[in-house]
Structures are given as structure tokens and as C-alpha cells.
Write a protein that binds this ligand. Sequence first.
Ligand code: IMP
Length: 432
Amino acid sequence: MPLDIVVGTQWGDEGKGRVVDLLSSRADIVARYNGGDNAGHTVTVGKQTFKLHLIPSGIIHPRTTGVLGNGVVIYPPTLLTEIDMLRNNQVEINPQRLRISHAAHLITPAHRALDRAQEAARGREQIGTTGRGIGPAYTDKAARRGIRMEEMLDETAFHRRMIEHVEEANQFLTAIYHAEALDPLQIADEYTRAASVLREYITDTSALLWEALQRGQLVLAEGAQGTLLDLDHGTYPFVTSSSPTAPGVLPGLGVGFGYVNRVIGVTKAFQTRVGAGPFPTEVFGETATRLRGTGANPWDEFGTTTGRPRRVGWLDGVLLRYAVRINGLTELVVTKLDVLSGLPEIRICTAYRINGQEYTDLPLGPADLSPFEPVYEEMPGWGGDISGARTWNDLPEEAQNYLTRISQISGVPVCQVSVGPEREQVVDAQCA
Ligand code: IMP
């Protein structure tokens, strides 16, 4: 059963990219199954930092094939830029190493313009989207008028289809949102040029994955965003428009139930969120600045895609337990433990309180978290630098206690812990 899944347990930005990078050394295929270039995965290898939005971060390993599954939405300009960037950094990209599903949908400039126009129209109710056209692209998919990668295979028909698509979007943009119309011909020409490059990467990736799994190869499914941004199971409506949770892997890649082995949840040692929406354990002031960093380091809490400062807070155990349930997690990887070093005390939310009653699990899902007051447990912090720790025994007792508490609250073992941005800065916790 060689399909392993890596998902975020929070609102994205948990550090999945580097966890996938770690696990990819053994994987034959790394496949993205949801989202688009709203995601941002940062991987540091030696002096090189790769920021990827679309191509699976596992592709940095020389023997791994990258797959963009049918559940992904693809903005061709980003894809072409990433292919160039990787090639310029000596990562080989060719149609054998990167495969794109014929059934993946395209994001177009019209989707991006609609995303921005719809956000502006929401006024104070804004979701805080990344502006990458994600919602409108998935809207077209669900409305059965989306454009799929396979349409790129017929140049003339594709060019015509792009013109029709932009013309239709222009009606919405101008009449409803009073935004500027886009140039259909210019966009159709640009996308037809992109099609001539991308054509040879297109294949039936579901069949490719099936054959690999049948052969006993290891496939790693790489989630983008996180559990709480899931369209169905997240903090609706402050969510993305895809299914970042583990169940989303099956429709997002076109694979069946039988192959799933490990479901690895990545959780930051504290909580972050970009965009709007309730955040019960959010902190402000000095502690927030301390957790967020200044932005001077690539790993500070500023969005990889938009550069926005992330909202920060204490680890939310109620939401973590929820993520365990929705994803069927088998284990946890805790990232950025080193960021907590030096704090005199660390808080962890173990329950929510409302009207004098305490809940350790959500009574009605996470859509409306605003009425809840977090109930905290306080644990002593640890001083000193833990970035050199590689085994459980290298960690200070207080850090071990914090991790043990995370595994008690979540009900699943913590198997690995990252203590710095470099590939090797990982503690093998032996599933504590
Ligand atoms: P969209 O996916 O651009 O439509 O944005 C919807 C919500 O998801 C917004 O709150 C975004 O900030 C958030 N979001 C989307 N992608 C990511 C991500 O990769 N990390 C963190 N938040 C994200």
C-alpha cells in the first residue's frame, strides 16, 4: 500500500514543502492534488532556497517524478516561470520528470481579474484571497465550463476557446463588477504559445499513478494549503476553493482507496493564518512579533505567495484534534519548534469555552469559531539553541514535554520535529 499523504493540519504554511522534500528522497513520484499557485512551498537546500507555488517541491530530488494531478488548477505563466527557475538552478525538468494531468483545469488572467473584482465587491466581508484566480477557476470547473489542459492539444480549437472564455468573463467584469475588460486575442495568443511548450507534459496522470502503485512504487501526495482552508471541512467561507485534506487526494489524483498507507499531518509548533476569518488563539503585541519574526529570514511568518504578514497565535489543540479526525492522520510532524526557544512559557489550547461550558472537540465544525474562548494549558519553555538537536535525547526536557503533550492531545504520535530550515535540521522523535 504505497501511497503516503502529506497534509497541513492548520491554515496552510505549516512547512509541508520541507517535509515533502525530506520524504521525497525515498519516493518515486510526488503528486500535487489540489490548489494552484496560491500555495507557496519553501525548501532550503544548502545555500539555495527554492520557492515553489505549483510544481511539487519533491521534484528537487533527482530521481523523483513530479505530477500535477487533475485536482490542481494551473496558471501557465507561473508554471513556465517555475520550469525556467528550476532549470536555472540545475534541477532537470523534462516531460519524463514532470507530468501534468489532461484533466487539470486552467487558470486564466480572466479568473485572476474576477478574483480581484469579487474580493473588492465583498467590501468588509473580504476573504483575503491570494488574488490568484483560484475561486473563479474552480467555479468554472463546477459549472462545467472550465478549460482543461487536454484542450491545449488542439491548437486551433484551444485558441478559439480562450477567446470565447475571455469574452464571456469580460461581460461579468464590466457589467457586474465595473472592472476593465481584458484583451481576448492577446490572452488567447499568449496561452496558445504556452500550450506549444506544455503540450508534451500532458498525460493521463491517474493511469500513470495506478501503474506506479501496481508496481509497488512509492507515491507521495503533496497537499497545498491546510485542513482549515478545506472548502467543505474548513472555516467556511474563509477557505480556499479546493480540498486540501487527505480525502481530497482520491478525486484530486484519480486514485482509489486501497493504496493509502501513511497520512502525515504537518503542524507548526504554533498557529498561523493569512487572510481573514476567526482565529481563537491569535496573539498580538510582543509575543506576536516574537513568533512572526521581522521578515529578515525566509522562514519568518510572511506569506510566500503574497508577502503578507501572517497572523500568529498559540497552538490550537481543539483544531488539531479535528484535523486528525478529518484526515485520518497516522502521525504528526511538528515544524519550527526552534522558534519557541527562549520563551519563558508556552501556551497550548486544550479546549474551547462558551457559556460556561467547555468543549475539547468542536460541537459543530470550525465554520464559526468566533464565539469560543480558548482554554489554555501553560507549560514551561526552554532556553538555549535547539537547532543542532537530531535525536529526542538532544532536546531539553521542557521541549520533550511540549511534544508529548501535543501527541496526547491529538491522539497520534509525533514522529519528526524540525528545528531549523535546513534539510538536516530534523529530530527523529521515533514517534513519541
Ligand atoms: P484563495 O485560495 O486565493 O482563494 O484564498 C482563500 C483563503 O485561503 C485566503 O484566506 C488565503 O489567504 C488562504 N490561502 C490560500 N492559499 C494559501 C496557502 O498556501 N497558505 C496559506 N493560506 C492560503
